[in-house]
Design a protein around this ligand. Structure first.
Ligand SMILES: Nc1ncnc2c1ncn2[C@@H]1O[C@H](COP(=O)(O)OP(=O)(O)O)[C@@H](O)[C@H]1O
Ligand SMILES: N[C@@H](CCOP(=O)(O)O)C(=O)O
Length: 295
């Protein structure tokens, strides 16, 4: 038996729609695999009641098929589905690492990115790789048609997860079809600032570079209480706040000393909007970890 822990991720980071992603220290999915004549899947943990065990409908089933690696697969969900924290991707990334090792397929982590993204196509309609890439590789990732670029980073963040769900498929439906030249220029400037910030572990540059006037404003309308939570986080010291992935999670970047105050300010602001939530005080961290035979 092989066990893999794959982390939650936050995609887009405002200015990097469908391109940027980061691995988070917590939460994470744990996937266990054993060789079997055909693939079976069982799911326990956070939100497991909403996750199909049919291999044709679960992201890990798509990965097992792509690697031609049938297995008995057990998923322990730490990342709640429809959270904006790459729940479906965490399972897919974990399964890709586990099945690659179980069947000695010899694929590199980079080569596993498009394989794990097959699972994303199943649930969101598009094989977007901006969650599976950081879950597999760790740190900050940039996904383009030419491949993935990764840099290790360690920037403190708070992710606040309200007790509402937004499906990635639905949130992709509100993305504008076009942008003006001014918006394009702003986006390039912000995205470049963010990338430099990640390479320097600089929360101020990362926070500034998360600004986005194209996709994020449309997505915030799907999250009750977003504006007051954002204001509260900024007042408590966040250097930038945006929607995590397709939402409803909200990501705040910060200096370590402000993390606790930001977490409680965000939870309180959601509470004032009548929405229960929980906050993860974490940081940009490493990617999936493989454990052999219970090690
Ligand atoms: N292994 C899995 N883990 C989580 N969700 C899964 C998995 N397999 C299929 N799904 C489905 O994917 C959807 C959640 O994915 P998505 O909307 O992208 O949310 P998230 O932002 O958390 O990834 C749900 O409909 C869920 O049933
Ligand atoms: N780029 C995608 C990312 C979706 O992330 P998720 O964590 O919400 O699944 C998008 O914005 O649609």
């Amino acid at each position: 038996m092989l066990t893999v822990r794959a982390p939650a991720t936050s995609a887009n980071l405002g200015s990097g729609f469908d391109v940027f992603g980061v691995a988070l220290g917590t939460p994470a999915d744990v996937v266990r695999v054993e060789r079997a004549p055909e693939t079976t899947i069982s799911v326990t943990g956070a939100g497991s009641e909403y996750i199909p065990e049919d291999p044709e409908k679960n992201t890990v089933g798509a990965v097992a098929k792509a690697l031609d690696a049938p297995a008995r697969i057990r998923i322990d969900k730490g990342v709640r589905p429809s959270s904006g924290l790459g729940s479906s991707a965490a399972s897919a990334a974990a399964a890709a690492v586990a099945l690659n090792a179980l069947y000695d397929r010899g694929r590199s982590r980079e080569e596993l990115v498009p394989i794990a993204a097959e699972g994303e196509a199943l649930v969101s309609g598009e094989a977007h790789a901006d969650n599976v890439a950081p879950s597999l590789l760790g740190g900050f990732t940039v996904v383009t048609d030419d491949g993935v670029t990764q840099v290790d980073a360690s920037v403190p963040v708070v992710v606040c997860l309200p007790d509402i769900s937004v499906s990635t498929r639905d949130a992709r439906g509100v993305v504008p079809e076009s942008a003006t030249m001014d918006e394009l220029v702003d986006t390039v400037g912000n995205a470049a600032t963010l990338a430099v910030g990640m390479s320097r572990n600089d929360p101020d540059l990362v926070g500034t570079g998360m600004a986005d006037t194209v996709v994020t404003p449309e997505r915030t309308k799907l999250i009750d209480g977003y504006d007051r939570v954002r204001e509260a986080a900024l007042e408590a010291g966040a250097t930038g706040v945006t929607v995590s992935g397709a939402g409803p999670g909200i990501l705040a970047v910060c200096h370590r000393q402000n993390q606790r105050a930001i977490a409680s300010a965000m939870v309180d602001a959601f509470d004032a909007a009548g929405v229960e939530s929980r906050a993860y005080q974490t940081a940009v961290s490493q990617g999936a970890t493989l454990y052999r035979d219970g090690s």
